[in-house]
Design a protein around this ligand. Structure first.
Ligand SMILES: [Zn+2]
Length: 449
Protein backbone atom coordinates (compact mmCIF):
# COMPACT_ATOMS: atom_id res chain seq x y z
CA UNK A 1 0.00 0.00 0.00
CA UNK A 2 1.10 3.55 -0.63
CA UNK A 3 -0.02 6.36 1.66
CA UNK A 4 0.37 10.08 1.02
CA UNK A 5 -0.67 12.81 3.45
CA UNK A 6 -2.32 15.80 1.73
CA UNK A 7 -2.60 17.81 4.93
CA UNK A 8 -2.02 17.47 8.69
CA UNK A 9 1.62 16.40 8.33
CA UNK A 10 3.81 18.65 10.52
CA UNK A 11 0.66 20.69 11.25
CA UNK A 12 -2.60 20.06 13.07
CA UNK A 13 -5.33 20.76 10.55
CA UNK A 14 -6.30 19.63 7.04
CA UNK A 15 -6.30 15.86 7.67
CA UNK A 16 -6.42 13.99 4.36
CA UNK A 17 -4.54 10.75 3.66
CA UNK A 18 -4.63 9.13 0.24
CA UNK A 19 -4.15 5.37 0.28
CA UNK A 20 -3.49 3.30 -2.84
CA UNK A 21 -3.53 -0.49 -2.86
CA UNK A 22 -3.07 -2.69 -5.94
CA UNK A 23 -6.62 -1.95 -7.14
CA UNK A 24 -8.17 0.68 -4.91
CA UNK A 25 -7.70 4.36 -4.11
CA UNK A 26 -9.31 5.84 -1.03
CA UNK A 27 -9.02 8.85 1.23
CA UNK A 28 -9.07 8.74 4.99
CA UNK A 29 -10.56 12.11 6.01
CA UNK A 30 -10.87 15.19 3.84
CA UNK A 31 -10.45 18.05 6.26
CA UNK A 32 -10.12 21.78 6.07
CA UNK A 33 -6.92 23.70 6.74
CA UNK A 34 -7.73 26.03 9.63
CA UNK A 35 -6.03 28.73 11.58
CA UNK A 36 -4.12 31.51 9.91
CA UNK A 37 -5.13 33.31 6.73
CA UNK A 38 -2.40 31.31 4.98
CA UNK A 39 -4.16 28.09 5.93
CA UNK A 40 -7.55 29.38 4.80
CA UNK A 41 -6.06 30.14 1.39
CA UNK A 42 -4.73 26.58 1.10
CA UNK A 43 -8.29 25.22 1.04
CA UNK A 44 -8.79 26.80 -2.37
CA UNK A 45 -5.78 25.11 -3.93
CA UNK A 46 -6.05 21.88 -5.95
CA UNK A 47 -5.99 18.68 -3.90
CA UNK A 48 -2.77 17.28 -5.35
CA UNK A 49 -4.70 14.35 -6.90
CA UNK A 50 -7.71 13.98 -9.18
CA UNK A 51 -10.83 13.61 -6.96
CA UNK A 52 -12.61 11.62 -9.70
CA UNK A 53 -10.01 8.83 -9.33
CA UNK A 54 -10.86 8.19 -5.66
CA UNK A 55 -13.08 5.12 -5.06
CA UNK A 56 -14.28 5.94 -1.54
CA UNK A 57 -13.70 8.19 1.46
CA UNK A 58 -13.55 7.04 5.07
CA UNK A 59 -14.23 9.74 7.68
CA UNK A 60 -12.98 9.33 11.26
CA UNK A 61 -15.07 12.04 12.91
CA UNK A 62 -16.99 15.19 12.31
CA UNK A 63 -14.54 17.98 13.17
CA UNK A 64 -14.08 20.37 10.25
CA UNK A 65 -10.37 19.67 10.00
CA UNK A 66 -11.40 16.12 9.09
CA UNK A 67 -14.51 16.69 6.93
CA UNK A 68 -14.37 20.32 5.78
CA UNK A 69 -13.09 19.77 2.23
CA UNK A 70 -15.63 17.02 1.40
CA UNK A 71 -18.00 19.37 -0.47
CA UNK A 72 -15.03 20.68 -2.47
CA UNK A 73 -14.01 17.08 -3.27
CA UNK A 74 -17.47 16.51 -4.72
CA UNK A 75 -17.43 19.81 -6.57
CA UNK A 76 -14.22 18.65 -8.22
CA UNK A 77 -15.47 15.25 -9.38
CA UNK A 78 -15.62 12.70 -6.53
CA UNK A 79 -18.69 10.43 -6.80
CA UNK A 80 -17.97 7.43 -4.56
CA UNK A 81 -19.36 6.44 -1.16
CA UNK A 82 -18.37 8.28 2.03
CA UNK A 83 -18.23 5.94 5.04
CA UNK A 84 -18.62 7.25 8.58
CA UNK A 85 -20.40 6.27 11.79
CA UNK A 86 -24.11 7.06 12.09
CA UNK A 87 -23.78 9.92 14.63
CA UNK A 88 -20.89 11.33 12.58
CA UNK A 89 -23.20 11.47 9.57
CA UNK A 90 -25.87 13.40 11.51
CA UNK A 91 -23.26 15.74 12.96
CA UNK A 92 -21.53 16.28 9.59
CA UNK A 93 -24.58 18.04 8.18
CA UNK A 94 -24.64 20.47 11.13
CA UNK A 95 -20.91 21.21 10.89
CA UNK A 96 -20.84 21.65 7.11
CA UNK A 97 -23.90 23.89 7.13
CA UNK A 98 -22.41 25.98 9.91
CA UNK A 99 -19.09 26.33 8.05
CA UNK A 100 -21.07 27.39 4.99
CA UNK A 101 -22.83 30.07 7.07
CA UNK A 102 -19.50 31.47 8.33
CA UNK A 103 -18.07 31.43 4.78
CA UNK A 104 -21.08 33.29 3.53
CA UNK A 105 -20.65 35.99 6.21
CA UNK A 106 -16.98 36.34 5.24
CA UNK A 107 -18.01 36.57 1.62
CA UNK A 108 -20.54 39.31 2.33
CA UNK A 109 -18.15 41.22 4.60
CA UNK A 110 -14.80 40.79 2.88
CA UNK A 111 -15.62 39.23 -0.51
CA UNK A 112 -13.69 36.11 0.44
CA UNK A 113 -14.55 33.45 -2.15
CA UNK A 114 -16.85 30.54 -1.26
CA UNK A 115 -15.23 27.12 -1.04
CA UNK A 116 -18.52 25.37 -1.78
CA UNK A 117 -22.28 25.92 -2.01
CA UNK A 118 -25.14 24.38 -0.03
CA UNK A 119 -25.96 22.05 -2.93
CA UNK A 120 -22.49 20.48 -2.49
CA UNK A 121 -23.33 19.76 1.16
CA UNK A 122 -26.55 18.05 -0.01
CA UNK A 123 -24.55 16.00 -2.52
CA UNK A 124 -22.21 14.98 0.32
CA UNK A 125 -25.08 13.87 2.49
CA UNK A 126 -26.40 11.68 -0.32
CA UNK A 127 -23.08 9.86 -0.68
CA UNK A 128 -22.72 9.24 3.08
CA UNK A 129 -23.30 5.76 4.50
CA UNK A 130 -23.49 5.43 8.27
CA UNK A 131 -21.68 2.35 9.66
CA UNK A 132 -21.46 0.75 13.10
CA UNK A 133 -18.25 0.18 15.05
CA UNK A 134 -16.37 -3.12 14.59
CA UNK A 135 -18.06 -4.42 11.41
CA UNK A 136 -15.75 -4.92 8.43
CA UNK A 137 -16.64 -3.27 5.13
CA UNK A 138 -15.01 -4.16 1.82
CA UNK A 139 -13.85 -1.58 -0.77
CA UNK A 140 -12.18 -3.32 -3.78
CA UNK A 141 -9.15 -5.22 -2.50
CA UNK A 142 -9.33 -3.51 0.90
CA UNK A 143 -11.46 -3.92 3.97
CA UNK A 144 -11.77 -1.61 6.96
CA UNK A 145 -13.64 -1.18 10.20
CA UNK A 146 -14.32 1.64 12.63
CA UNK A 147 -13.31 1.36 16.31
CA UNK A 148 -14.32 3.76 19.08
CA UNK A 149 -11.75 6.58 19.39
CA UNK A 150 -13.37 8.22 22.44
CA UNK A 151 -12.54 11.66 21.02
CA UNK A 152 -15.94 13.19 20.28
CA UNK A 153 -19.39 11.68 19.88
CA UNK A 154 -19.33 9.04 17.11
CA UNK A 155 -15.56 9.36 16.57
CA UNK A 156 -13.57 6.43 15.26
CA UNK A 157 -10.14 5.21 14.42
CA UNK A 158 -9.80 3.06 11.33
CA UNK A 159 -8.28 -0.42 10.99
CA UNK A 160 -7.59 -1.25 7.38
CA UNK A 161 -6.28 -4.38 5.67
CA UNK A 162 -5.49 -5.17 2.02
CA UNK A 163 -5.70 -8.54 0.29
CA UNK A 164 -1.91 -8.82 0.46
CA UNK A 165 -2.29 -8.96 4.25
CA UNK A 166 -0.87 -5.55 5.18
CA UNK A 167 -2.53 -3.76 8.11
CA UNK A 168 -2.65 0.00 8.54
CA UNK A 169 -4.29 1.97 11.35
CA UNK A 170 -5.32 5.63 11.15
CA UNK A 171 -5.89 6.97 14.65
CA UNK A 172 -8.09 9.88 13.56
CA UNK A 173 -8.11 11.93 16.75
CA UNK A 174 -7.86 10.02 20.01
CA UNK A 175 -9.83 11.05 23.06
CA UNK A 176 -8.73 12.31 26.43
CA UNK A 177 -9.15 10.05 29.47
CA UNK A 178 -12.34 10.21 31.55
CA UNK A 179 -14.38 12.18 29.04
CA UNK A 180 -17.99 12.22 30.21
CA UNK A 181 -20.65 10.53 28.08
CA UNK A 182 -18.08 8.91 25.74
CA UNK A 183 -16.85 5.36 25.99
CA UNK A 184 -13.09 4.90 26.36
CA UNK A 185 -10.81 4.53 23.33
CA UNK A 186 -10.76 0.95 22.04
CA UNK A 187 -7.49 -0.96 21.69
CA UNK A 188 -6.18 -1.52 18.20
CA UNK A 189 -5.16 -4.78 16.60
CA UNK A 190 -1.69 -5.50 15.22
CA UNK A 191 -0.52 -3.10 12.50
CA UNK A 192 2.33 -2.76 10.03
CA UNK A 193 1.93 1.00 10.18
CA UNK A 194 0.04 3.39 12.44
CA UNK A 195 -0.65 7.01 11.52
CA UNK A 196 -1.14 8.58 14.92
CA UNK A 197 -2.32 12.07 15.82
CA UNK A 198 0.12 14.04 17.99
CA UNK A 199 -1.76 17.27 18.75
CA UNK A 200 -0.51 17.02 22.34
CA UNK A 201 2.45 14.73 21.51
CA UNK A 202 4.73 16.83 23.74
CA UNK A 203 2.29 17.65 26.57
CA UNK A 204 0.82 16.01 29.63
CA UNK A 205 -2.60 17.22 30.74
CA UNK A 206 -3.55 18.19 34.28
CA UNK A 207 -5.37 15.36 35.97
CA UNK A 208 -9.10 14.92 35.90
CA UNK A 209 -9.74 16.00 39.51
CA UNK A 210 -7.73 19.15 39.00
CA UNK A 211 -9.69 20.14 35.90
CA UNK A 212 -13.02 19.78 37.74
CA UNK A 213 -11.69 21.97 40.52
CA UNK A 214 -10.55 24.64 38.09
CA UNK A 215 -13.95 24.62 36.37
CA UNK A 216 -15.74 24.90 39.70
CA UNK A 217 -13.42 27.69 40.84
CA UNK A 218 -13.99 29.84 37.73
CA UNK A 219 -17.75 29.48 38.25
CA UNK A 220 -17.48 30.44 41.93
CA UNK A 221 -15.23 33.40 41.13
CA UNK A 222 -17.71 34.60 38.52
CA UNK A 223 -20.58 34.40 41.03
CA UNK A 224 -18.51 36.23 43.67
CA UNK A 225 -17.43 39.11 41.44
CA UNK A 226 -20.82 39.24 39.70
CA UNK A 227 -19.06 38.94 36.40
CA UNK A 228 -19.17 37.00 33.17
CA UNK A 229 -17.65 33.62 32.47
CA UNK A 230 -17.06 33.34 28.73
CA UNK A 231 -16.48 29.84 27.46
CA UNK A 232 -15.46 29.76 23.78
CA UNK A 233 -16.59 26.22 23.26
CA UNK A 234 -16.39 23.79 20.44
CA UNK A 235 -20.03 23.04 19.70
CA UNK A 236 -19.29 19.37 19.47
CA UNK A 237 -18.36 17.64 22.71
CA UNK A 238 -16.69 20.40 24.79
CA UNK A 239 -20.00 22.19 25.38
CA UNK A 240 -21.79 18.95 26.21
CA UNK A 241 -18.95 17.77 28.52
CA UNK A 242 -19.11 20.98 30.50
CA UNK A 243 -22.91 20.87 30.65
CA UNK A 244 -22.67 17.32 31.96
CA UNK A 245 -20.33 18.50 34.72
CA UNK A 246 -22.46 21.56 35.52
CA UNK A 247 -25.57 19.40 35.68
CA UNK A 248 -23.79 17.27 38.29
CA UNK A 249 -22.52 20.28 40.26
CA UNK A 250 -25.95 21.92 40.39
CA UNK A 251 -28.11 18.83 40.91
CA UNK A 252 -25.83 16.59 43.01
CA UNK A 253 -23.33 18.90 44.66
CA UNK A 254 -25.43 21.93 45.62
CA UNK A 255 -23.80 24.54 43.38
CA UNK A 256 -25.89 27.71 43.34
CA UNK A 257 -27.62 27.84 39.91
CA UNK A 258 -26.20 30.60 37.67
CA UNK A 259 -27.78 31.89 34.47
CA UNK A 260 -25.99 29.82 31.85
CA UNK A 261 -26.52 30.56 28.17
CA UNK A 262 -25.82 28.10 25.41
CA UNK A 263 -25.48 30.82 22.81
CA UNK A 264 -24.82 28.51 19.92
CA UNK A 265 -27.52 27.18 17.61
CA UNK A 266 -25.00 24.62 16.47
CA UNK A 267 -24.27 23.33 19.99
CA UNK A 268 -28.02 23.04 20.56
CA UNK A 269 -28.40 20.96 17.37
CA UNK A 270 -25.41 18.79 18.29
CA UNK A 271 -26.92 18.13 21.72
CA UNK A 272 -30.11 16.96 19.99
CA UNK A 273 -28.10 14.46 17.91
CA UNK A 274 -26.42 13.13 21.06
CA UNK A 275 -29.83 12.61 22.64
CA UNK A 276 -30.77 10.38 19.68
CA UNK A 277 -27.95 7.86 20.22
CA UNK A 278 -27.91 6.73 23.87
CA UNK A 279 -26.39 3.43 22.69
CA UNK A 280 -23.14 5.38 22.18
CA UNK A 281 -23.01 6.53 25.84
CA UNK A 282 -20.69 5.15 28.49
CA UNK A 283 -22.12 3.34 31.53
CA UNK A 284 -22.33 6.37 33.82
CA UNK A 285 -24.16 8.54 31.28
CA UNK A 286 -26.50 5.71 30.39
CA UNK A 287 -27.30 5.13 34.07
CA UNK A 288 -28.23 8.83 34.43
CA UNK A 289 -30.52 8.65 31.40
CA UNK A 290 -32.13 5.46 32.72
CA UNK A 291 -33.01 7.15 36.01
CA UNK A 292 -34.59 10.04 34.15
CA UNK A 293 -31.87 12.70 34.49
CA UNK A 294 -31.53 14.77 31.34
CA UNK A 295 -27.97 15.98 31.73
CA UNK A 296 -28.50 18.69 29.16
CA UNK A 297 -31.05 20.37 31.42
CA UNK A 298 -30.59 21.92 34.88
CA UNK A 299 -31.74 25.05 36.77
CA UNK A 300 -30.38 28.23 35.21
CA UNK A 301 -29.66 26.71 31.78
CA UNK A 302 -30.99 28.73 28.83
CA UNK A 303 -30.71 27.90 25.15
CA UNK A 304 -30.50 30.95 22.87
CA UNK A 305 -31.17 29.93 19.32
CA UNK A 306 -32.10 33.13 17.54
CA UNK A 307 -30.06 36.28 17.05
CA UNK A 308 -32.62 38.22 19.10
CA UNK A 309 -32.42 35.85 22.05
CA UNK A 310 -28.65 36.11 21.80
CA UNK A 311 -28.73 39.93 21.95
CA UNK A 312 -30.88 39.78 25.09
CA UNK A 313 -27.94 38.17 26.92
CA UNK A 314 -26.25 41.60 26.85
CA UNK A 315 -28.91 43.03 29.18
CA UNK A 316 -29.29 39.93 31.34
CA UNK A 317 -28.24 40.39 34.99
CA UNK A 318 -24.84 39.34 36.34
CA UNK A 319 -23.40 36.85 37.10
CA UNK A 320 -23.75 34.92 33.86
CA UNK A 321 -22.02 32.11 32.05
CA UNK A 322 -21.96 32.20 28.26
CA UNK A 323 -21.00 29.30 26.04
CA UNK A 324 -20.54 30.40 22.42
CA UNK A 325 -18.61 29.35 19.35
CA UNK A 326 -16.35 29.21 17.60
CA UNK A 327 -13.97 27.32 19.84
CA UNK A 328 -10.87 29.08 18.51
CA UNK A 329 -12.75 32.43 18.53
CA UNK A 330 -12.23 32.88 14.78
CA UNK A 331 -15.92 33.55 14.08
CA UNK A 332 -19.42 33.14 15.46
CA UNK A 333 -21.23 34.72 18.39
CA UNK A 334 -18.26 34.50 20.76
CA UNK A 335 -16.74 37.44 18.91
CA UNK A 336 -19.63 39.74 19.87
CA UNK A 337 -19.28 38.71 23.51
CA UNK A 338 -15.51 39.26 23.36
CA UNK A 339 -15.98 42.81 22.05
CA UNK A 340 -18.36 43.48 24.96
CA UNK A 341 -16.65 41.67 27.86
CA UNK A 342 -12.95 41.14 27.09
CA UNK A 343 -12.11 44.65 28.30
CA UNK A 344 -13.77 44.10 31.71
CA UNK A 345 -11.84 43.00 34.78
CA UNK A 346 -14.73 40.90 36.15
CA UNK A 347 -14.72 38.69 33.06
CA UNK A 348 -13.06 35.30 32.93
CA UNK A 349 -12.35 33.68 29.57
CA UNK A 350 -12.11 29.94 30.13
CA UNK A 351 -10.19 28.29 27.29
CA UNK A 352 -10.98 24.62 27.14
CA UNK A 353 -9.72 23.46 23.78
CA UNK A 354 -6.80 23.51 21.42
CA UNK A 355 -6.05 26.96 19.93
CA UNK A 356 -4.35 26.62 16.55
CA UNK A 357 -1.51 28.94 15.70
CA UNK A 358 -2.68 32.15 14.04
CA UNK A 359 -6.19 32.12 15.55
CA UNK A 360 -7.66 34.85 17.75
CA UNK A 361 -7.93 32.24 20.51
CA UNK A 362 -4.20 31.57 20.34
CA UNK A 363 -3.42 35.29 20.65
CA UNK A 364 -5.62 35.62 23.74
CA UNK A 365 -4.22 32.37 25.17
CA UNK A 366 -0.68 33.65 24.68
CA UNK A 367 -1.47 36.84 26.59
CA UNK A 368 -1.66 39.57 23.95
CA UNK A 369 -2.77 42.78 25.64
CA UNK A 370 -4.84 44.11 22.74
CA UNK A 371 -6.54 42.00 20.08
CA UNK A 372 -8.50 42.75 16.96
CA UNK A 373 -12.05 41.39 17.09
CA UNK A 374 -14.65 42.20 14.41
CA UNK A 375 -12.49 45.10 13.18
CA UNK A 376 -12.25 46.61 16.68
CA UNK A 377 -9.09 46.82 18.76
CA UNK A 378 -10.14 45.42 22.15
CA UNK A 379 -7.95 45.61 25.28
CA UNK A 380 -7.67 42.31 27.15
CA UNK A 381 -8.46 43.06 30.80
CA UNK A 382 -10.31 39.82 31.46
CA UNK A 383 -8.64 36.98 33.32
CA UNK A 384 -7.63 34.16 30.98
CA UNK A 385 -7.78 30.64 32.38
CA UNK A 386 -6.96 27.65 30.23
CA UNK A 387 -7.33 23.94 30.83
CA UNK A 388 -5.68 21.57 28.38
CA UNK A 389 -7.21 18.57 30.04
CA UNK A 390 -10.68 19.63 28.90
CA UNK A 391 -9.30 19.13 25.44
CA UNK A 392 -10.84 16.29 23.47
CA UNK A 393 -7.34 15.07 22.64
CA UNK A 394 -5.18 12.46 24.27
CA UNK A 395 -1.95 13.70 25.85
CA UNK A 396 1.49 12.14 25.38
CA UNK A 397 0.95 9.54 28.11
CA UNK A 398 -2.34 8.35 26.68
CA UNK A 399 -0.97 8.23 23.12
CA UNK A 400 1.95 6.07 24.27
CA UNK A 401 -0.36 3.82 26.28
CA UNK A 402 -2.60 3.37 23.26
CA UNK A 403 0.32 2.16 21.14
CA UNK A 404 1.52 -0.02 24.02
CA UNK A 405 -1.95 -1.56 24.37
CA UNK A 406 -2.11 -2.84 20.78
CA UNK A 407 -2.59 -6.59 20.31
CA UNK A 408 1.07 -6.67 19.29
CA UNK A 409 3.26 -3.59 19.03
CA UNK A 410 2.93 -1.85 15.66
CA UNK A 411 5.94 -2.13 13.34
CA UNK A 412 6.16 1.49 12.29
CA UNK A 413 4.59 4.65 13.66
CA UNK A 414 4.05 7.81 11.61
CA UNK A 415 3.39 10.91 13.71
CA UNK A 416 0.91 13.27 12.09
CA UNK A 417 -1.73 15.85 13.09
CA UNK A 418 0.61 17.84 15.31
CA UNK A 419 2.79 20.92 15.03
CA UNK A 420 6.27 19.83 13.92
CA UNK A 421 7.83 20.02 17.41
CA UNK A 422 4.99 18.03 19.02
CA UNK A 423 5.18 15.29 16.37
CA UNK A 424 8.97 15.11 16.57
CA UNK A 425 8.94 14.96 20.38
CA UNK A 426 6.42 12.14 20.27
CA UNK A 427 8.41 10.21 17.64
CA UNK A 428 11.43 10.37 19.95
CA UNK A 429 9.41 8.98 22.88
CA UNK A 430 8.08 6.14 20.71
CA UNK A 431 11.60 5.19 19.60
CA UNK A 432 13.06 5.44 23.12
CA UNK A 433 10.31 3.79 25.10
CA UNK A 434 8.65 1.34 22.76
CA UNK A 435 11.64 0.64 20.48
CA UNK A 436 9.41 1.11 17.44
CA UNK A 437 10.51 2.90 14.29
CA UNK A 438 8.85 6.32 14.24
CA UNK A 439 8.88 9.08 11.66
CA UNK A 440 7.31 12.46 11.05
CA UNK A 441 6.23 12.49 7.38
CA UNK A 442 5.76 15.58 5.26
CA UNK A 443 2.72 16.55 3.21
CA UNK A 444 2.84 15.02 -0.29
CA UNK A 445 5.49 12.50 0.81
CA UNK A 446 4.51 8.95 -0.18
CA UNK A 447 5.06 6.15 2.33
CA UNK A 448 5.11 2.52 1.21
CA UNK A 449 3.82 -0.12 3.61
ZN1 LIG B 1 -10.98 16.12 16.13
Amino acid sequence: MKITPHGAAREVTGSCYRLESAQTRILVDCGMHQGSAYNDARNYRPFGFDPSTIDAVIITHTHLDHIGRLPKLIREGFRGPIYLTKPTKDLARILLEDAYGIMKEDFEREYRPMLYELEDVEACMELMEGKSYSRWKRIGDLKFRFRDAGHIFGSAFVELEDDAGKHVVFSGDLGNVDTPILRPTAQMAAADAVFIETTYGNRIHEDHKERMEVFRSVILETIKQRGVLLIPAFAVERTQDLLYHMNRMVEDEGLEPVDTYIDSPMAIRVTDVMKRYPEYYDKAALARVMRGDDFFDFPGLRLTKTRNESMLINDAPYPKIIFAGSGMMTGGRIQHHLVRYLGKRNTIVFIVGYQASGTLGRKIYEGQKVVKVLREMVPVKAKIVSMGSFSAHADQTKLLNWLRGAATLPKHVYCVHGEAEASAAFATRVKDELKIQADVPRNEETITV
